[in-house]
Design a protein around this ligand. Structure first.
Ligand SMILES: Nc1ncnc2c1ncn2[C@@H]1O[C@H](COP(=O)(O)OP(=O)(O)OP(=O)(O)O)[C@@H](O)[C@H]1O
Length: 258
């Protein structure tokens, strides 16, 4: 369990969030806080709405009800220009990496810089090269296409792109899924290093219990469209909520040393 000197500053505050499709609410009354500097692990059964709530928080899905405050700004009240400024303060790593397959790693990492800044091509190139190195990829990886990379390299390249604009928060949707345990462990180490070096706050949706144990400060467990519980892993172990109990006291949790 990693401890971090938290400032206690809440940088994301979600209250009574409801998100749905057609006549069905997937999220119905979700409360969630993200504190500056922490690594928050968001867990929940398959289909519990982890990805949907992440997408709603960053404005990629509309909400039916509730409020979302990011860096003290209520996103409903933010003007377009404020929203654009907010969006520059986070980076997202989607499930599967979601790199553009027709672009090289270098071009993928330059994408957010091209969209959000007026930097010269030379400067964009330099920043992208720095980000590629920051995530532990060799310089040669820059000219490769996603199809030429291993799963671990794709995740790193996608992380480099998420870091392109020097965000304060990174949202990660199952960053270690599909990686072998060693690559997953290396990726976790990278996140810890980056949190330390860059002061990042990390919102990480994951099923990977090893990752939860290794790097999260706090866990948020979703279920039934709501927050079932939040707290450090020790609190999860004590919970009598059936899903949390099965997840954190089951054989995989024991194997992970919970
Ligand atoms: N675009 C969509 N249209 C309709 N239903 C959707 C859509 N996106 C997600 N859902 C539904 O919302 C529910 C929650 O999906 P979500 O992807 O958030 O689950 P999750 O907790 O991330 O699951 P997993 O761990 O399996 O990735 C699921 O029942 C899913 O079918």
């Amino acid at each position: 369990m990693v401890t971090v000197a938290q400032t206690g500053e809440t940088i994301i505050k979600v209250r009574d969030l409801a998100v749905g499709f057609d006549d069905r609410l997937v999220i119905d009354g979700l409360d969630l806080d993200l504190f500056r500097g922490e690594i928050l692990g968001v867990v929940g059964g398959s289909g519990s709405g982890k990805s949907v709530s992440l997408r709603a928080i960053v404005g990629l899905l509309p909400k039916r009800r509730g409020s979302i405050e990011i860096f003290g700004v209520d996103v409903d009240e933010a003007k377009e220009i404020e929203r654009r400024a907010l969006e520059r303060r986070w980076g997202i790593l989607f499930q599967q990496g979601a790199l553009f397959s027709s672009m090289t790693v270098q071009q993928n990492v330059e994408m957010p810089l091209r969209e959000h800044t007026d930097l010269s091509p030379a400067l964009r190139e330099e920043i992208a090269r720095y980000k590629i190195a920051l995530v532990g990829l060799k310089p040669e990886a820059a000219s490769r296409f996603p199809s030429e990379l291993s799963g671990g390299m794709i995740k790193r390249a996608a992380l480099a792109r998420a870091l392109a604009l020097d965000p304060e928060i990174v949202f990660l949707d199952e960053p270690t899924s599909g990686l072998d345990p060693i690559s997953a462990g290396d990726f976790d180490e990278l996140l810890l290093t980056l949190r330390e070096a860059l002061g990042l706050t990390v919102y990480m949706v994951t099923h990977d219990i090893d990752s939860l144990v290794r790097i999260t400060d706090r866990i948020a467990a979703l279920g039934e469209g709501k927050m079932l519980a939040t707290g450090p892993i020790a609190d999860m172990r004590k919970s009598e909520q059936p899903w949390i109990k099965t997840y954190f006291r089951g054989p995989r949790a024991r194997a992970a040393g919970v």
